[in-house]
Design a binder for this molecule. Structure first.
Ligand code: SAM
Length: 248
């Protein structure tokens, strides 16, 4: 998978060199290219922003550097390989595990993290005519820039790629995973020692009885979801629940 990020803070993307994503890059499973937007400015001050039409506080990112940058990044695009353009914005559609799964199946993603009040709308409209453009929000709050949202999205997407997690099964039971977990939250997890500060392990986990353990995990997931995210229970596909779930 190829990932391009165009930003005025390339150094903000340094974490893409560490941990799972860094290792995937080193192995060649991920081709990450970070570009400095200011390389496509032509004035002495490398200006990327200007005052908003219609007035109001804050500045808006100018369309010209974005247009030149994206044209150059997209120059590699062939008829059969067009990237998805991911535009982080608090006014976008919510980034979800489902979206991470979908984007992990794409060969090429281009991210446009903004600063100030965002990017001149004409840039999104221009590329929206020829590319799959996704305006995406990572949550109902406003950050100073889109770089942290890019780190969040890249990590969520990259860990789903084949070979990135040590154990390919380990995201099967994650919170929000469709299928077996029916999109519920994951319940509590435990490891050794068997007793810590007087606290033990739920008996069932020591039983070696796979059926009972699976049932206990599912009940815990249901209880946690009902407590923290009742909206997920309400939106759950009924066919993904069994009769014991319904009783719980
Ligand atoms: N005025 C904009 C609004 O209210 O929608 C907020 C602009 S914000 C200060 C600057 C940039 O940070 C955004 O253009 C976007 O790239 C990024 N950003 C901030 N919060 C975000 C969020 N929740 N999800 C995704 N991107 C976000």
């Amino acid at each position: 998978m190829r990932l391009d990020v165009v930003t005025i803070f390339p150094e903000y993307l340094e974490p893409l060199n560490v941990s799972l994503v860094g290792k995937a890059r080193a192995r060649g499973d991920l081709d990450v290219r970070v570009h400095d937007l200011r390389a496509w400015t032509h004035d002495r001050h490398h200006t990327v922003d200007d005052t908003p039409y219609g007035g109001g506080p804050g500045m808006v990112m100018k369309p010209e550097p974005w247009g030149e940058a994206l044209d150059e990044v997209l120059a590699d695009a062939g008829d059969d390989e067009q990237p998805v353009l991911v535009v982080p914005t608090p006014s976008g559609r919510p980034f979800t595990q489902e979206m991470a799964v979908e984007l992990s199946g794409k060969p090429w993603l281009v991210f446009t993290p903004a600063r100030y009040e965002g990017i001149d709308r004409r840039v999104i409209d221009e590329y929206g005519e020829r590319l799959d453009v996704r305006e995406v929000s990572i949550g109902d709050y406003v950050l100073a820039g889109g770089e942290a949202p890019v780190l969040v999205m890249v990590e969520a997407i990259a860990r789903l790629l084949p070979g990135v997690l040590g154990n390919a099964e380990s995201h099967r039971d994650d919170s929000f995973a469709p299928g077996a977990m029916a999109g519920l939250l994951e319940g509590p997890v435990y490891t050794k020692p068997p007793e810590w500060r007087g606290r033990g392990i739920p008996e069932v986990l020591l039983s070696g009885h796979h059926g009972r353990i699976a049932r206990w995990r599912r009940d815990q997931a249901l209880a946690r979801t009902a407590d923290h995210r009742p909206d997920l229970i309400a939106g759950c596909d009924p066919s993904a629940l069994d009769k014991h779930d319904r009783a719980a």
